[in-house]
Design a protein around this ligand. Structure first.
Ligand SMILES: NC(=O)c1ccc[n+]([C@@H]2O[C@H](COP(=O)([O-])OP(=O)(O)OC[C@H]3O[C@@H](n4cnc5c(N)ncnc54)[C@H](OP(=O)(O)O)[C@@H]3O)[C@@H](O)[C@H]2O)c1
Length: 293
């Protein structure tokens, strides 16, 4: 287990009184990017919150949260596995209680669009008495490069439940830019930003963009939702993950989130990153180099 608290010596730009930040999920898709950006600031201590961190933070072990929170004045709050799962509201309520006791002044909550359960968690944070910023996000582009769609991309065949509903995928780097601004700048206090990409595209179009960026053919195959979930189970995907994906594809992906919005511009004064730009940049990292021919 590594020591996951670091203090930095690089240049600071425009930070406020925030000095110690707990980054929950700090080795994940958004948290890792948030932590990397925070480490560039002088006089800022970054503490990773995850099961493998020291001190360890586990959402299933509330008794251990105080150790991770001790001495922190701001928290990047990304929940596991998803704010939509049963029990999330209770966990967020208890977390906010402990954060307040620990003297945390500011929470930046990573949330999801179109999920009533996530909205209930946002309300808990909004009513916690702690300064907050809510980042209500669409599906992450990095699901194709760092999460459950990566294996399909590498196999040259992305299999998903049939849907023509477009989604304004958002870049995790844009989310991290907004999160860091919200952690360090007072003007984002008590704001809710809906973060999406600039344009909605279907999963088929996203796979085509990935093909274009990699220069290798990646097929997009659709199956009925029930068949998809049955197939996940045969691959040993845990039940709760299958249920979550079933809920996301069967309920949330009904068009309610199809409209892109301008939260990135509101927060940062610049446009959100397009899927094509994400795909081009990501192909350059080599993560998709092993796509089957
Ligand atoms: N993916 C999307 O398209 C999307 C869209 C909107 C919102 N969201 C929300 O984003 C959140 C996930 O954020 P992310 O995608 O940035 O993270 P992620 O990539 O799923 O990262 C996982 C991180 O969480 C830690 N972790 C896993 N289980 C944990 C546990 N039981 N207790 C404490 N830490 C745990 C991991 O470290 P260890 O293994 O060391 O614990 C790792 O740091 C979810 O709440 C999801 O609802 C996702």
């Amino acid at each position: 287990m590594t020591n996951t608290t670091t203090t930095n010596t690089a240049g600071t730009a425009g930070s406020t009184a925030t000095r110690t930040v707990l980054v929950l999920g700090g080795t994940g898709k958004t948290g890792r990017r948030v932590a990397d950006r925070l480490r560039r600031h002088d006089d800022l201590t970054v503490r990773i919150g995850s099961r493998r961190a020291e001190p360890s933070f586990d959402w299933t072990e509330p008794a251990g949260w105080a150790a991770a929170l001790a001495g922190c004045d701001a928290v990047y709050l990304s929940y596991q596995p998803d704010l939509a799962v049963p029990g999330s509201v209770g966990d967020i309520t208890e977390f906010c209680r402990q954060a307040k006791l620990a003297g945390v002044r500011r929470i930046v909550l990573l949330s999801g669009r179109g999920e009533p359960e996530a909205r209930a968690c946002e309300q808990v944070v909004e009513q916690s008495g702690i300064e907050h910023t809510i980042l209500r996000c669409s599906w992450f582009m990095q699901n194709f490069s760092e999460d459950y769609l990566l294996d399909g991309v590498l196999a040259g065949e992305v299999v998903l439940p049939a849907t023509e509903v477009p989604e304004p995928f958002v870049d995790a780097d844009d989310i991290a830019d907004v999160a860091v601004a919200a952690l360090l700048e007072d003007r984002h206090k008590n704001q809710l930003y809906e973060l999406t990409g600039p344009r909605s595209i279907t999963f088929a179009e996203a796979v085509r963009e990935t093909t274009r960026a990699t220069g290798r053919k990646i097929n997009y195959i659709t199956v009925p939702l029930d068949d998809y979930l049955a197939q996940l189970a045969t691959y040993g995907v845990p039940d709760e993950v299958g249920q979550l994906l079933g809920y996301l594809f069967g309920t949330v992906l009904d068009g309610r989130n199809a409209e892109p919005v301008d939260g990135v511009r509101q927060a940062l004064g610049r446009e959100a990153t397009s899927f094509a730009d994400f795909a081009g940049r990501t192909a350059g990292t080599g993560v998709w180099d092993e796509v089957a021919r």
